[in-house]
Design a protein around this ligand. Structure first.
Ligand code: NAP
Length: 309
């Protein structure tokens, strides 16, 4: 039986792993389908304390994993298929194998939100993508017009990154002001290769029959005017949905699907804690996720100490 199982290897999960490993609890840490979490799809992280020059997202996560493993964390490539939180110990099935654990830290993160318009699903990986860092350098995007949708930090970061490859980057946003932090918004609007298209929504991705992205249909939300914007790639950066579906019915979720966070990262089930983007719709930063992972680990340690007393 495990002392601690941690679901997720983003900032929250790996910080919880470092703390519980240093408490000699030898945590079992499951990567899920995206080892390292969403930060691995970012290029330079400029706001993680301690890195004045910025740090590559993938490198930061690799270092966190090495730090956790150095103290005895068992990081395993695996996905939780089912969980029974009513059992004591808690029962999980991980890639077909049953596992029992005394405590569970859920740091399952969040996935990319989709536009849900015609053509988006059909043309995914054929010009529609959710990660400029992963796909921006691909040949079909080089020296071609590209479209980014969204007005947050992610959309701005993606648009700036894509100016290295595209001939022009259109930033399509449903309002007339960016939600992104001021530094990122200013940098984006000052980039001569980025052309903002305000008050507009992508209503369809073209061309499913051609099997590749050739353009997007746009609708101006103020005037109702419709148009077609030719492009070779559509980069969707409109936020995230929390990865909490597995726990529906066992743990409380809010209307957007985020875990409802109790005091001390606790849930309604003793010994089960949540941390990071799956439980935070407000801050969603690498450093806040790390802080939540740290707190969850300390609470799990205290809970185990209470059981053993
Ligand atoms: P976000 O801040 O939630 O922004 C999502 C953007 O997408 C918003 O502009 C929103 O429009 C738009 N949007 C949402 N649903 C849409 C839909 N169905 N159709 C069209 N547009 C839609 O998400 P994010 O940019 O991914 O950032 C998430 C968090 O990570 C934030 O806290 C951000 O600061 C942080 N982050 C930080 C960095 C960095 O510091 N380097 C980089 C990336 C992300 P509205 O504005 O109208 O709501």
């Amino acid at each position: 039986m495990e002392n601690v199982v941690i679901i997720g290897t983003g900032c929250a999960g790996l910080t919880a792993a470092i703390y519980t490993a240093r408490a000699n609890l030898a945590p079992l840490v499951l990567t899920g389908i995206m080892p390292g979490g969403l930060l691995t799809t970012t290029s330079i992280v400029e706001n993680f304390p301690g890195f004045p020059e910025g740090v590559d997202g993938y490198e930061l996560m690799t270092r966190m994993q090495a730090q956790a493993e150095k103290f005895g964390a068992k990081v395993k490539f695996g996905t939780v298929e089912s969980v029974d939180l009513s059992a004591k110990p808690i029962r999980l099935v991980i890639d077909g194998d049953p596992v029992e654990t005394r405590t569970l830290i859920i740091a399952s993160g969040a996935g990319h939100k989709h536009l849900d318009v015609p053509g988006e699903h059909e043309l995914e990986k054929k010009g529609v993508t959710y990660c400029a860092t992963c796909d921006g350098a691909l040949a079909p995007f080089r020296n071609q017009p590209l479209v980014v949708v969204g007005g947050g930090d992610s959309a701005c970061e993606e648009a700036n990154f894509l100016t290295r490859f595209g001939s022009v980057v259109y930033l399509v946003h449903r309002r007339d002001a960016l939600r992104a932090s001021k530094i990122m918004a200013d940098r984006t609007l000052a980039n001569p290769k980025i052309k903002p298209i305000w008050d507009s929504a992508v209503t369809e991705v073209l061309d499913v029959a051609a099997g590749k992205v050739t353009g997007v249909k746009l609708k101006n939300l103020k005037t109702g005017e419709e148009s077609v914007l030719p492009c070779a790639g559509l980069f969707v950066a409109i936020g995230h949905v929390p990865n909490t579906q597995l726990f529906k019915g066992q743990l409380a979720l809010d209307e957007a699907g985020y875990f409802v966070l109790g005091k001390g990262m606790a849930t309604t089930v003793p010994g089960v804690y949540v941390a990071g983007d799956c439980a935070d719709s407000v801050y969603r930063q690498a450093i806040t996720a790390a802080g939540m992972g740290c707190a969850a680990a300390i609470e799990a340690e205290r809970y185990l100490a209470g059981l053993d007393a």
